[in-house]
Design a protein around this ligand. Structure first.
Ligand code: ATP
Ligand code: MG
Length: 330
């Protein structure tokens, strides 16, 4: 499917690729186009070094979906992984003694040491995992958005991110077991000391819900009628190599890919200085290579975007870029 069709029909579109190639510009331009076609669109930056607000020329408060003034149907969000750390602590429930007001009673008992160890178990990449949890909310829970566009971080980070459902699911499974054991143990102790009735354990339920939504999100992300990953690149050897690795990983994770954007192309040679001419030649050689390597293999749609004279940011320029992205091919 061409990008314009994806933007009109899918629920999720992710833009990714090597650092600095134009992912944010492409994601934002596409989001503006989709919003102006009447689709209620949310654009989310999952890059810890956010630049979504800068691209749109507005200030985005971290973690708060902000409707964009003057563009109907468009909301932007920069997720803030750090803010979710507190939620994570609550979820693991690793402080049951404190919760029960029994810290003093248990002081000096050998168990306490074990608990502290448990409390310090953070799975690798927990900040990303938490950001992912936030994203699940937008994929899995009911909301009014027709389309959620992801402006992702450079390749390595995004791939770790896409691998998270598996990692996280396994890890949450372990945590659930641990919670159950701890819950039983401390429930019994607490009843012994306080004679309180057995209470239900909310955090355990939350973990189970989280696990389920991870599995559901995984299904959505791998379903080509719901999600597609758009690879953004520039016509340079290093970008070709990195894109190759990215595509292989996306295949491994079963993430549907249908479009490649080749960005920042020098236009025809007339009027170009020697420097620009030789850059254009280099780009054209690499463009040919890109078409040979990728197009046949799995990409039906290759979108060429010229190098603009100016920086691409704020409405007018983003809209101009959007026109290239959604151009119908004949
Ligand atoms: N076709 C283009 N013509 C001119 N400038 C461009 C073009 N595409 C992108 N740029 C410029 O390149 C810079 C990087 O673009 P952008 O922020 O979209 O890249 P990115 O891939 O999101 O970067 P990062 O990996 O840091 O997130 C920006 O200053 C943008 O204005
Ligand atoms: Mg970016």
């Amino acid at each position: 499917m061409e990008l314009r069709e994806l933007l009109l029909n899918l629920k999720i579109i992710m833009f990714g690729g090597k650092g600095g190639v134009g992912k944010t510009c492409c994601a934002t331009s596409s989001a503006i186009w989709a919003a102006e076609q009447g689709r209620n669109t949310l654009i989310i930056s999952t890059d810890p070094a956010h630049s979504l607000g800068d691209s749109l020329g507005i200030e985005l408060a971290p973690g708060i979906p902000t409707p964009i003034e003057n563009i109907d149907n468009l909301t932007a969000l920069e997720i803030n992984p750090k803010a979710n750390m507190a939620e994570f602590r609550g979820l693991t429930g690793m402080n049951p003694l404190e919760e029960m007001g029994m810290g003093d009673i248990m002081e000096g008992m050998p168990l306490l040491g074990d608990l502290e160890d448990l409390a310090s178990i953070n799975p690798p990449g927990i900040d990303e995992a938490l950001a992912f949890g936030k994203i699940l909310e937008f994929i899995e829970t009911e909301h009014d958005y027709d389309l959620v566009i992801f402006d992702t971080a450079p390749t390595g980070h995004t791939l770790r991110f896409l691998g998270l459902p598996e990692t996280l699911s396994g890890w949450i499974g372990k945590l659930i077991k641990m919670r159950m054991k701890l819950g039983n143990m401390f429930g019994a102790l607490k009843r012994m000391f306080t004679r309180e009735e057995k209470k239900s354990d909310d955090s355990l339920e939350m973990l189970e819900r989280l696990n389920q939504s991870i599995l559901n999100a995984r299904e959505d992300l791998t379903n080509p009628t719901k999600n597609s990953f758009v690879v953004v690149m520039i016509p340079e050897e290093m970008a070709i190599l990195e894109t190759g690795r990215l595509l292989n990983e996306l295949i491994k994770y079963d993430i549907p890919v249908s479009n490649i954007v080749v960005n920042q192309l020098y236009q025809d040679t007339t009027g170009l200085c020697d420097f620009c001419k030789s850059r254009r030649e280099m780009q054209q050689r690499n463009l040919t290579k890109i078409k040979e390597i990728f197009r046949e293999k799995l990409l039906k749609n290759l979108i060429e975007v010229p190098l603009f004279k100016e920086e691409i940011r704020e409405y007018d320029k983003l809209k101009e870029m959007g026109e290239y992205l959604v151009k119908e091919s004949y």
